[in-house]
Design a protein around this ligand. Sequence first.
Ligand code: HEM
Length: 455
Amino acid sequence: MKVIPAPQGLPLLGNTLQVPAHAPALHFEEVAKRYDEGIFQLELVGRRVVFVYDPDLVAEVSDETRFYKGIDPPLSTVRDFAGDGLFTARHDEPVWGHAHRILMPAFSQRSMKAYFPQMLEVAEQLTESWAGRQGQDLPVTDDMTRLTLDTISLTGFGYRFRSFDSPELHPFLLAMGGALTEAMLRLQQLPIVTRLRRKQEVAYRDDISVMQELVDDVIRRRRAEGGGAKDLLGLMLEASDPQTGERLSDENIRNQVLTFLIAGHETTSGLLSFALYNLLRDPHALARAYDEVDRLLPGDEPPTYETIMKLEVIPRILEETLRVWSPIPAYGVNAYEDTTIGGYPVPKNQKIVVLLPSLHHHPKAWERPEEFDIDRWLPENKKKHHPAAYKPFGNGERACIGRQFALTEARLALAMILRRFAVSDPAVYRMEIKQTLTLKPDGFTIRVRERRPHE
Ligand code: HEM
């Protein structure tokens, strides 16, 4: 029987102390570089965790008859505040199926078209805000977060954060950042250590209360004001599961609203920030993007949904960005039964983590993996990709429900930015990753100047 390679650890503590608390994903990526086998295992806080990144092994663990999404750390900690919402629901909880079927219509192409005017409204707030700050250093990640948070809350719940009205980030975001960071830190803590960190526990509980109060306000307003029957909140309050007739409980709706407020903006903000970073390092791709927006969006008319769907270069920039810098660096599955992966034995319920940065750069699947090359995503090249080498949105029925939402929103935002502004990076930013379970560039600023007079 083959043995899964593993770096040497310490007695009792295993590999726990080798993982830097604030950047676990980057560490796992470094470890992966040492093992050509495309698989390794670590002993973390008494738990054995297997990491896979060879595309053939990822193809195996993508088989949903053999592997399920398990809610282990860090997701079991996120469950403290997201409860049985879609992201953190256990695979055997019937409520996942009820909510999934109730909410699927809210993610159809038709729904994307219905959300478009609101997506546009928020994208215009971003470009107006930048037009007023030409020549200044613009905090890209914060502004992308304002854009994506306001977009999901307006389209999903009819709720306005008005993030562009304030120089400070909304308290919800600070609380969320605190709670997600704590969930990441607890990945490496023995339960006794977590219990002893009293101050952090109090701060963590406070952060959760801030988020839940906001969620209660969102739901209260909708109940008082009505409207938005077809948006996410409307469906959750009114619709029943087409298969079982089941309605969602108030408690579950609360969990779903919080889940969508987090999952619905955090990653798209990372995608847009990384996309601008990549474009500033690839003048050729940037020139092609400018050409495309000038051709499809001449003049100052607001773009229509149909025009945004005609874009080709910008979607390729987004796909390649998600390969090179996946905002979610990993997702986990567990084995239903004792089994093998590529001949390596894996016991029942073993946690297996798909390591996206290493998969998305695996030489078996990608030529010149370090190079940002948007032509990988031309239809004729896409066909040649290894079927399991690209998983930025996860896998199977637990894959991202918001994929089309994120891509529509990101296409529109990038098109609106590039149509109006010449972007530059006079500070020549060097990538520094900030990790709070998701990845984002830290301290990345750009400058903009209007490309043509705006009426
Ligand atoms: C699930 C990535 C945007 C809502 C996931 C998963 C990934 C992912 C990898 C699977 C996680 C796992 O298996 O544990 C992304 C990326 C995004 C994005 C890269 C943007 C570029 C969004 C948006 C929404 C959303 C905009 C909502 C509007 C969700 C939900 C789940 C999920 C609810 C859980 C699905 C389920 O298990 O039923 N996402 N996501 N995501 N995502 Fe996204």
